[in-house]
Design a protein around this ligand. Structure first.
Ligand code: ZN
Length: 96
C-alpha cells in the first residue's frame, strides 16, 4: 500500500503549491475513472476548470445532473488539515 502512495508522488501532498497537492489527490481519487460523488455513476463529463483555481477541474454527472469538482466530498475541500486527517482520507479514497 505504501509503495502505491510513494509511486503516486504522495509526498507532494505536503508541497506548498496547491497545484501539486491537487495533482496527487486527483491521481489517487480518479485512478479507476471519474465517478460521481453523489450517486456513484460513471457517466460523468468534464465541464472545465474551477474559477480562480484552474488546476481543479469541474465535472457534471449525466445521471443525477449534479456538478462537482476534484475536491468535492473529500476532506481536501478544507483549507487546512492535520497529517492524520490527510492519511485517513487517502486510505479511504483508495478503499472506496
Ligand atoms: Zn451523479
Amino acid at each position: 500500500m505504501w509503495v502505491v502512495f510513494i509511486s503516486a508522488g504522495i509526498y507532494k501532498l505536503f508541497s506548498p503549491k496547491d497545484e501539486e497537492r491537487i495533482e496527487v489527490i486527483m491521481r489517487i481519487r480518479w485512478d479507476k475513472g471519474y465517478i460521481c460523488p453523489f450517486c456513484g455513476s460513471r457517466d460523468v463529463i468534464l465541464k472545465g476548470k474551477k474559477k480562480g483555481r484552474p488546476h481543479i477541474k469541474r465535472y457534471k454527472c449525466n445521471s443525477c445532473g449534479k456538478n462537482f469538482n476534484d475536491l468535492t466530498g473529500t476532506i481536501f475541500a478544507k483549507k487546512r488539515m492535520s497529517l492524520g486527517e490527510m492519511f485517513y482520507i487517502i486510505k479511504n479514497l483508495k478503499n472506496s
